[in-house]
Every structure is written in C-alpha cells, then in structure tokens.
Design a binder for this molecule. Sequence first.
Ligand code: AHM
Ligand code: MG
Length: 337
Amino acid sequence: MSQRTLARYLTEEQRHKGIITNDLKLLLEVVARACQAISVAVGKGALGGVLGEAGSDNIQGEAQKKLDVLSNEILLEANEWGGHLAAMASEEMDLPHLVPHRFPKGEYLLTFDPLDGSSNIDVNVSIGTIFSVLKCPDGADLNTPQAAEQAFLQPGSAQVAAGYAVYGPTTLLVLSVGDGVVVFTLDREQGQFVLTRENVRIPAETNEFAINMANRRFWEAPLRDYVDEMQAGKSGSLGKDYNMRWVASMVADVHRIMTRGGIFMYPLDEKLRAKGGKLRLLYEANPMAFLVEQAGGAASTGRQRILDIVPERLHQRVPVILGSRQEVERVVACHSP
Ligand code: AHM
Ligand code: MG
C-alpha cells in the first residue's frame, strides 16, 4: 500500500468521517509546512546562524532566543494569507495577531508555542512546536488585537485540533483532530510527513515520572507526598521501583509518555504561586491535555481537569500533571481533602 501522507490522512478523515472541514484541512497542512521550515532552521544550527539570544524579552519576561523569534515569524507568515484563520496568538507575542486586511478571514483561531524547550536550543537537545486550533465565536470582535483576546478565552474542551512537532533525531508531527492521536514522521528527502503510528494509547500504569526535582523544596505538601511515595519504590507502599526522566522540553517529555507511558508534572510551587504555574494554558497545557486525553491518558492541575478551565487571560499559566491515567488519578487523590 502506498504511504499515507498527512494530506491523505486529512482527506480520508474528511471523506469517511466528516470530522474536518476544508479550511481545517488547509490550516493543518499549512501548520505542518511551517513546522517543516522550522525543522530545517533547527537542523542548520550554528551553520544557519540561528543559535543564541535574540536580544529581546517576550511578554512573560523571558529572554527570547533567535529561534523563538524566527519560528514565530515562520508560523505567522505561513498562516496569515490562506483565508482559513481569524487570528493567531503565540507565546512570543503580547497580543493576538490579526489577519491583515488584504487577506480573507476564516473561522478558526490558532495558538502556538513556536519553539518549546528554548533552554535546549543551544545544547542540541530535542525541542518542538505546540499548537491548538479553536473555532472563532460568532460575532467575535476582531477589530483590534486587544478586543480579539476575548475570542481565545475558551476552555480546552472546545479545541477542534491540537498537535506538536518534535525536532529530534527525526522530526515528528503528533496530531489529533478529536479522533485519536496519530504520529507522522518527516521524510526529509520527499519533504512530507508520512503516517508512522496510529491509534496512540498511553498505558494506564507506569513506573516512570518526569518532574524538575530541583524545585522539590517549593512544592505543595500533596505533591511532595506523591513523589516521596514513588521514590520509596519497592520498600514503600507502592511496592515497585520508579525511574525518573526530565528533558526540560515539554514536547520531548510528553512524546516519551505518548510512546511508553509515564507521568509529567510541572506543579504549582511557592516560587510560581503568584504566576499560577510555569506552563501556559492556551498553547502548552491545553493542546497537550487534548492529545493526552485522546490517547486515553489524563491531564489535571491536581485539582481540576485542565480541559475544563475557562481561561481569563491569553497568557494564563496553570499547574500541569498529565500522562498515564492511574498515576494522574493518584496525584488528584493526594490533593483531595
Ligand atoms: P519554553 O516554552 O519557554 O521553552 O518553556 C517551557 C519549558 C517546557 O518545555 C519544559 O517542560 C519546562 O519549560 C522546563 O522548565 P525548567 O527549566 O524549569 O525545568
Ligand atoms: Mg513552551
């Protein structure tokens, strides 16, 4: 049988299941092309002059890397002319980016973290792009970037598609249009994404956890209790040993969980209390929670299902605990009074 490319997968989803519209198909193909372009830039590294600091800060007060800025520009330019979008929002921009008047407007909203895992760019460790697609509400005010922010403030359960690209030894695109999770591998010679895994399922049980242990002294007591139990291993109440991994690129840590299970945690801690968490709801937590649930896993703040949160701000942050269902349920149980 011939290879199933991304274009073919999307066409078949549309034809047989009627899940996606023409515009959504176009949008996802354009996002995938942008990820290919980012993958090329990432692959050139020092030879392409793309490593190092950009010399600017984003809205979150984080120093931007050259690749953060370049990836953001690639996604904006690729998506603004196609007529499928009403507006875009990104980790790297204070306010939404409106589709310029010279182009037609469509019915979708796109949010993205153009280059996730920025601290790993210069050390040649896997990084990625995370994106989420929402429907633009009828009658939304898109006259100014400030007014447009309101249209994005929808719970993650309203996402119509979400995905991430991982720029690692291979470039992968992991996607859900609400019909399970599929994985495409970039065929660099042919320049297209080819379906290499279908019906991704996250095992319900695991013995692997991912958390930045350096923050342990700042965690809340329930989280500390939960991690202590895992560290006690065979000699503790769980009766099994656990292993720990922390790449510090959410895309890579989540992809490991998509491949062999595990639990990923960026919890609330004393340092982060005023901000609400480290990871951003609209373009990190929500798309990853959508994908993880579509693969049979769970995603919670510890106290609430992530996809149920009604956002109050574009760059809102949340605690994130996601992965193998049984482990996430145990963390939630630790947080219950
Ligand atoms: P970024 O989007 O600016 O790269 O930040 C998000 C990243 C996640 O990919 C990762 O899980 C986390 O920050 C790592 O944080 P830390 O360096 O505190 O371990
Ligand atoms: Mg990020």
